[in-house]
Write a protein that binds this ligand. Structure first.
Ligand SMILES: [Zn+2]
Length: 415
């Protein structure tokens, strides 16, 4: 225990109090507005759907609070409670190579953390999603997904972790620049491989059939000068009733993916407008901007870790005994604890994300019909039971998309 322990506990208390306060405000705001559909949506969204969205929001908020408490207990148990000391001492007693003992202890801690998440995830899927009619998954599917995710995490995560720890141990004081280059190269590779190798492990992707919708979409792509490796429909309905559309991949390996539920529920012109919005993210260079800002942030983070790694107080302050001081424990502590200190930057990144959403909406209004994006979005809000009345402070902190009313007003001005 030292001053850093105090600082850590204060940061943990403040960040979680803010989280709880925001969730409380959001719940109260949604509740106060549940008996009337906001004016902008009056003739589009029925009151019953508006109230369903309110109840769904409350249910998710309650689970979120429990999840947060569990997260705090686990984090404190692993750090100040001595979990890391125990795991690294145990790994060193059965594995002779210090590198692999570090990999095993780190992986073991992440594995335990993911086990702890299972009950919440089960409750989310089979109680909340079920109750609101969104769950389409079975226990068998759930277990299969869990096993696949764990195996994939091990196959991809363990070699990269071992490589980074090796670099930390062998390259000297500039290790963090090398580690950064490895992480960046690796994440670019993963983004490139994701659409063709990883996503198909979990879902089936069928090329969009020939017809009026495909013609319409290809017309839009041609108008915007966009190259892609194809337009696919994904069987999202095998797990959930929530619909979505996204772009994935990099360079010439880009794919456009529509969830099957979305294709079912939106008209062709609405789908075209939704896709025009997604294209806007590419054409306005949001993807590149995000990539650059993430890479700058990770370089800074690794630079900070490069300094922390030599400070004894960093280890002892977070409950790690000096005999367990190693590059592996430093890296693990950093991964576990940094979000407690960077939490306060969340509204800044959320602000930029919302700015990008407005830009993509403007792009969509130019290249497709704004009125169709509006009607498509209203259907999506209703079908996904997204609240139309979020608390302003909560949404400023958490929302990556502008709140419904503000977004629609912006689009209305463009149409
Ligand atoms: Zn967007």
């Amino acid at each position: 225990m030292n001053d850093f322990t105090t600082l850590f506990i204060i940061a943990l208390l403040i960040s979680n109090s803010i989280q709880f306060y925001l969730a409380y405000r959001h719940g109260k705001f949604v509740d106060q507005h549940k008996n009337a559909v906001p004016d902008a949506f009056k003739d589009k969204v029925p009151l019953a759907a508006h109230q369903k969205a309110a109840a769904y929001t409350q249910a998710k908020l309650s689970l979120g609070k429990i999840d947060e408490v569990i997260g705090i207990v686990i984090l404190l148990g692993i750090t100040l409670g001595g979990g890391i000391n125990w795991a690294f001492a145990y790994a060193a007693s059965i594995i002779t190579s210090p590198l692999w003992a570090g990999v095993a202890a780190t992986a073991g801690i992440f594995f335990v953390m993911s086990l702890v998440d299972i009950p919440t995830s089960l409750y989310q899927t089979f109680v909340i999603e079920e109750k609101f009619g969104f769950n389409k998954s079975s226990i068998g599917q759930f277990i299969k997904d869990l096993v696949m995710q764990t195996l994939l995490g091990a196959v991809i995560g363990l070699p990269i972790l071992a490589l980074i720890l090796w670099v930390m141990d062998n390259v000297g004081s500039t290790w963090w620049i090398w580690a950064w280059a490895i992480i960046m190269g690796f994440s670019l590779l993963m983004s490139w491989l994701y659409p063709t190798i990883i996503a198909p492990l979990f879902n089936k992707f069928t090329p969009m059939p020939e017809g009026t919708l495909k013609d319409r979409i290809q017309g839009l792509l041609a108008r915007c000068g966009f190259n892609s490796q194809g337009i696919f429909i994904m069987d999202g309905s095998k797990r959930s009733g929530h619909g979505n559309a996204y772009f994935t991949g990099l360079g010439n390996n880009k794919r456009i993916v529509f969830f099957d539920n979305l294709v079912e529920s939106l008209e062709d012109e609405e789908l075209e407008a939704v896709l025009a919005h997604e294209l806007g993210h590419f054409k306005c260079k949001h993807v590149i901007k995000m990539l650059i800002s993430t890479s700058i942030m990770s370089l800074i983070s690794l630079g900070v870790l490069g300094w922390l790694i030599d400070q004894d107080w960093f280890y002892t302050g977070l409950g790690v005994a000096l005999e367990q001081k190693s590059h592996a424990t430093a890296l693990l502590l950093f991964m576990l604890v940094s979000s407690t200190f960077t939490f306060f930057m969340q509204p800044i990144s959320a602000y930029f994300q919302r700015k990008f959403e407005f830009e993509a909406d403007s792009f969509a209004a130019e290249h497709a019909q704004a009125s169709k994006l509006i009607s498509g979005l209203v259907k999506l809000y209703e079908e996904n039971a997204n609240t139309l009345t979020p608390d302003p402070l909560y949404s400023a902190f958490h929302y990556s998309h502008p709140p419904a009313a503000i977004r629609i007003a912006h689009l209305n001005a463009k149409s």
